[in-house]
Design a protein around this ligand. Structure first.
Ligand code: MG
Ligand code: FE
Length: 166
């Protein structure tokens, strides 16, 4: 049974997720431009950027289903994600490394956000297909988090080699 309080919590979580994904998209667009020396990173970011655009569409579909317009609200500023974005901006020689660490944090933040949403979804009034949609987003975040975690060592050594070579 959907209680009004749970529905409100769920909607707030959805709006936060929407803001988070917009932040993710901007972050990756910036990082892609700056990752051309690291083709493996660039390729994975491009893949996840496309996934992220689809994630935003999935969230919009849920808003539509719930009769909530996604254009009626402004995405809330989120301090944590703002900080991550600032790291994305930073022009430092080891930017590529800082971005891997930031992305590790960001993807794990997204995982927690979707788990939180899924905990509320059923009582919050989400349909079975909306729940599946959130699970698809979660699975993509988990795959990206795994990739970042598995490649941070390799990217670090690649960076170290380039630094010594120059
Ligand atoms: Mg995402
Ligand atoms: Fe993500």
């Amino acid at each position: 049974m959907a209680s009004d309080a749970t529905r409100q919590l769920f909607l707030t979580g959805l709006r936060n997720a929407h803001a988070m994904e917009h932040q993710a998209r901007e972050l990756m667009e910036r990082q892609i431009e700056r990752s051309t020396d690291y083709p493996q990173v660039e390729a994975r970011l491009r893949q996840h950027l496309e996934e992220t655009k689809t994630q935003i569409e999935r969230l919009n579909t849920i808003f539509d289903e719930l009769g909530e317009s996604h254009s009626e609200f402004k995405d809330a500023a989120m301090a944590f994600l703002g900080n991550m974005a600032a790291i994305g901006h930073a022009v430092a020689p080891d930017e590529i490394l800082k971005n891997q660490l930031a992305n590790n944090a960001f993807e794990n933040y997204e995982i927690a956000a979707y788990k939180s949403l899924l905990a509320l979804a059923q009582d919050g009034g989400a349909s079975a297909s909306a729940v599946n949609t959130l699970k698809q987003n979660l699975a993509e975040e988990e795959a990206m988090a795994k990739w970042v975690s598995e490649h941070v060592g390799e990217v670090t050594l690649d960076y170290a080699r380039r630094t010594h070579a120059s």
